[in-house]
Design a protein around this ligand. Structure first.
Ligand code: BTN
Length: 245
């Protein structure tokens, strides 16, 4: 039994802003989902705009209450969500699906899904996780998103948006149960096995300078661990590193 309570809106500036603001007023239950196919001011990471053509894509924000997790383990939410999205895309026949650290979902070298995780810590307790997910499903042309792709562009097939949403939520529920059941090693090792460019020597921009480095993994706080040319190990945060694709 899937416990999601889906609030479907025909048009909204941002499901993420709506969920965050309304939860302040009303206090939603865990598993509340705000869903739309028409988002007019979608928010991406770090003030980016999330591009999405009307009625073409799946856009939603989900409220989880992972109170069983220590706040220092909050990166596990990002990991299990990324895995659930990969599970879904693979179940639709997509190949070469990877996770570009920390939580962009890529097909080969193009981005098919973006995830925005905003966690609320109350005192020393993890209280709420607001998880915004945008998956490019039937969109064929993009105006400004950098290197985007969609399920249609990858498979040549149209996908039913409501069925696809229900499949993503089903997979999120399964992965969330793994987290609740403490299957942490499994989640972490599957996440690592899907990391884009893991163990490959490549060029990156680190703190504004070009470096050559190899991704070794991710620590429990979600920092990316890289080994640079001169065998120096770097632990970096999102803002410090740019991928060169
Ligand atoms: C990213 O920059 O990669 C994150 C994009 C997250 C987009 C989704 S779409 C649904 C939800 N509502 C928003 O305004 N943003 C997230």
């Amino acid at each position: 039994m899937k416990p999601f309570n889906i609030i479907k809106l025909s048009e909204i500036p941002s499901t993420q802003t709506f969920l965050l603001q309304e939860d302040e007023r009303k206090v939603f239950d865990e598993y509340t989902v705000v869903y739309t196919n028409n988002q007019t001011h979608g928010r991406g990471q770090e003030k980016h705009i999330w591009e999405s053509e009307k009625e073409k894509n799946v856009l939603f924000s989900l409220l989880l209450k992972p109170t069983f997790l220590d706040p220092s383990n909050q990166f596990l939410i990002t990991q299990m969500i990324s895995l659930a999205i990969v599970d879904t895309l693979q179940s639709y026949g997509l190949e070469d699906v990877k996770i570009k650290w920390p939580n962009d979902i890529y097909v080969k070298y193009a981005k098919i899904c973006g995830v925005l995780v905003q966690n609320k810590i109350t005192g020393l307790e993890f209280s709420n996780s607001y998880i915004g997910i945008g998956i490019n499903v039937n969109q064929k042309k993009f105006l400004f998103a950098p290197n985007p792709t969609s399920m249609f562009l990858e498979t040549g097939k149209e996908t039913d948006l409501d069925i696809f949403l229900s499949d993503v939520l089903h997979n999120i529920y399964k992965r969330y149960l793994q987290l609740k059941e403490d299957e942490l090693e499994r989640l972490q090792s599957e996440y690592l096995s899907l990391l884009l460019f893991k163990e490959e020597r490549r060029k990156y921009i680190y703190k504004g300078k070009e470096i050559e480095a190899k991704i070794l993994g991710v620590n429990r706080f979600g920092h990316l661990i890289l080994e640079s040319d001169d065998t120096v190990v770097i632990q970096c945060e999102l803002r410090e590193l740019q991928f060169i694709l």
